[in-house]
Write a protein that binds this ligand. Structure first.
Ligand code: GLA
Length: 739
């Protein structure tokens, strides 16, 4: 899959994509040549080199074509005649930031090496290859290594960079992107996900302009505002057609994803740790490895990109133990009780849950000492005996006796000022103690850059997890870091706080999962404030949003599914009127929206009448029928309009498919609606909802007919089924041989 020729031209390829770059003869700098659909191997790629005679600063004396400003690069630096944004910036002891990384050597290995301390893709010797290009700084003993992995089964290239200090002085890294390359033109639109608390992952699409455009986080988490993802698509790109480049970062902290369009229409694409508030002291003998970036390409439109990401994450990122395993259907007590619960109330909820067919009860926030509101007790992970007088082991036992699994909420990274831990170790809190330290939801952030803090929290959590039968943990994180200062780190290392913090989070995940390998963790950050591939490596599902309204969820889940598989998107059915927007949607629509996610409930089942409970029992049966298809199939966004949304999942073997169609408001005298399907098997037929047999060509070219046919039934005008707001329909397709 990885080819190199005598002229040091590298071609990384499989049947889907090609990625080509070369070493420039005179400077030893890497020149980017191509990334896109697979092209045939050739003896030489020199024809891809473009050099215009342009005015500019030239790197080499007497050479007028060595202006790096005009050369498409693979890992640009400042101080070599490139005026665009660099991928790496190092501050040298003299105070300058001028580097020149020159090709030194390369190696190709079967499989891929493990990066210590970071979440990452995995592959075997049989299914992936890695190219490691080593570059030597001309001015110091810094060595830069660029990693490129390609899998046999994915249209993606995984990139990362490592810098090693082989010298005897300390260097300061000011920036290290995970990937950078220059596309030859700018005729693209930038697609990304944006939002805020309770309205995460909304899709935005805008034309590129000349200059820098950036999506980023400076908040210590990947954030509700942006997601560590961007795509560039041709302006006419649809869901199913058009060239798309997708970029994703396997990281949960401050990130930056940017495109810089220069005056010659070259588009520099970059993704990595955000250089904002970042500086790393690279001591002699140490190295620094960037998180991994995923670069993907398709000609099959935005959905083609989504499927590339979904398959890569399912096959090479998410713990394989969970990928295909049916996740337990849970009821979470948060919206049912908030902080106001007793053991008895929880057990009654468990009883009703069991009667409906729910499989797990998750006890959310409020179970630990003194936690009756959000002003107190974080960091004191001991049961509140006032609420749970017989203790957690006993509660869990009773819940298991009812026949349910048990899950528990933690917010491990936070501290409240009234806890013994804070009183004893105020320096465990992030922030500069001589200056103001802001609260967020009345709480402070623990200094996870300090391993002692991580260990303390690990011990507290482990004490509970080893004495209570717990199958699931909801790991929450409810505020951002606003004063990144650690009293544990030296003054020179303060620029390392954000990154070290997130490494501490990963370390705690690693420790917990090593000790409790069967634990299912759902990550959460005030909803989807940290919905990123970094956490998916540890926690196979993420609570997508605190907004549980079915209409809002259509937007949120449509956006999240652009990058993340449905099996990772946490979605629950909650009570009406909805607690976030006050809207009353039908139970059917709430169920049909949650069906396309990790299904669960978040309401007081004891407030429901018999018919509603019956409907829930029915929903659960439906979910069991389709959960494997939803978890493992190919997802398509069929429609994403203001009033109508449609989702489709087709099983990998194309034997079955599931369509969810949602109409938000009813329309008088409704126009005709046809829903064209895609991705079905060719030349065959499908039975739709166990009844009508339709050919796959008819389903793909004509579509599902959503209006009624009243021929010869005109008398039914007054009695016909009335339309209503918030309606949804589910169609299950089963492949059959034509009669
Ligand atoms: C966050 C989560 C909610 C809930 C509360 C508890 O907001 O996103 O689901 O767990 O915290 O405080």
């Amino acid at each position: 899959m990885i080819e190199v020729n005598q002229a040091l031209e590298f071609h990384i390829k499989n049947s889907k994509v090609s990625y080509i770059f070369r070493v420039m003869e005179k400077t030893g700098i890497l020149e980017h040549l191509y990334f896109g659909a697979a092209i045939a191997s050739e003896k030489s790629y020199l024809y891809l080199v473009e050099r215009e005679l342009r005015t500019g600063n030239n790197l080499l004396t007497g050479d007028y074509t060595s202006s790096l400003e005009h050369i498409k690069q693979e890992f640009p630096v400042y101080g070599t005649t490139d005026f665009r944004y660099p991928a790496i910036s190092v501050k040298y002891p003299a105070g300058d930031t001028i580097s020149h990384f020159r090709y030194q050597s390369h190696r190709i290995i079967a499989g891929k090496e493990k990066i210590s301390g970071l979440p990452q893709t995995f592959g075997k010797k049989e299914n992936c290859e890695t190219l490691i290009v080593q570059l030597q700084d001309q001015y110091s003993k810094l060595v830069l290594e660029l990693f490129y992995t390609i899998f046999t089964d994915s249209a993606s290239i995984i990139r990362s960079a490592q810098i090693k200090n082989n010298g005897s002085e300390t260097f300061q890294i000011e920036q290290l992107a995970s990937a950078s390359f220059d596309l030859p033109d700018n005729d693209y639109e930038l697609v990304h996900l944006t939002g805020a608390w309770a309205r995460e992952t909304h899709i935005e699409r805008k034309q590129l302009f000349t200059g820098r455009q950036e999506i980023s986080s400076t908040r210590g988490a990947s954030s509700h505002i942006h997601n560590p993802f961007m795509a560039l698509c041709r302006p006419n790109t649809t869901e199913l057609l058009g060239e798309v480049y997708g970029f994703s970062l396997i990281y949960s902290g401050n990130f930056s994803a940017q495109v810089e369009v220069d005056t010659y229409h070259v588009s520099r694409c970059q993704i990595g740790i955000n250089p904002f508030q970042f500086q790393w002291q690279l001591a002699p003998g140490t190295s620094f490895h960037s998180p991994e970036a995923v670069l993907t390409f398709t000609k099959k439109g935005l959905n083609g990109m989504s499927q590339n990401f979904h398959d890569l994450f399912r096959n090479h990122l998410i713990n394989q133990k969970w990928v295909k395993k049916e996740r337990p259907i849970l009821v979470n007590n948060w919206e049912a009780t908030y902080f106001d619960f007793t053991e008895e109330k929880i057990l009654r909820l468990a009883q009703s849950a069991k009667e409906c067919g729910i499989e797990m009860l998750v006890l959310d926030d409020g179970w630990f000492k003194g936690r009756n509101n959000d002003e107190t007790s974080l960091g004191n992970w001991q049961v509140d005996e006032k609420k749970i007088p017989n203790g957690l082991p006993n509660l869990s036992e009773k819940i298991h006796q009812v026949g349910l699994k048990f899950g528990l909420w933690f917010e491990p990274e936070m501290i409240s000022s009234d806890t013994p831990l804070f009183q004893k170790n105020p320096e465990y809190r992030l922030g500069q103690s001589q200056k103001n330290i802001s609260h967020g939801r009345n709480q402070y952030v623990l200094d996870f850059s300090n391993p002692e803090v991580v260990e303390t929290i690990f011990q507290q959590m482990a004490a509970i997890l080893s004495t209570v039968e717990i199958e699931y943990v909801k790991w929450d994180m409810n505020r951002y870091i606003s004063e990144a200062y650690s009293s544990f780190l030296s003054k020179e290392q303060q620029g390392e706080v954000f990154h070290r913090y997130i490494l501490g989070v990963y370390n705690l995940y690693e420790k917990i999962l090593t000790k409790f390998p069967d634990l299912l963790i759902e990550s959460c950050a005030g909803g989807g404030g940290r919905f990123d591939p970094g956490l998916l490596y540890y926690a196979p599902q993420t609570w997508a949003s605190d907004d549980t309204d079915a209409v809002e969820r259509l937007k949120i889940q449509s956006g999240a599914s652009m990058v993340y598989p449905l099996s990772t998107i946490g979605g629950h059915i909650s009570a009406v009127p909805n607690h976030q927007v006050g809207r009353t949607t039908t139970l059917k629509m709430r169920g049909d929206v949650a069906l396309f996610s990790t299904f669960g409930y978040e309401l007081d089942l004891n407030q429901l009448n018999a018919a509603e409970k019956q409907e829930i029992a029915q929903q659960i049966q439906t979910y069991h029928k389709y959960s494997s298809l939803i978890q493992t199939g190919d997802f398509y966004q069929l429609a994403c309009e203001t009033n109508q949304v449609a989702w489709l999942v087709v099983s990998k073997n194309k034997q079955e498919a599931l369509v969810g169609f949602y109409q938000i408001l009813a329309q008088p005298n409704q126009p005709y609606v046809r829903l064209k399907l895609t991705g079905l098997a060719k030349d065959t037929s499908y039975q739709v909802n166990g009844e009508k047999l339709r050919t796959s060509s008819s389903l793909e070219n004509i579509g599902l007919i959503l209006n009624e046919n009243y021929t010869d039934r005109t008398k039914e005008y007054w009695t016909r089924q009335q339309q209503h707001d918030f309606s949804s329909r589910i169609f299950h397709l089963q492949q059959m041989q034509p009669e």
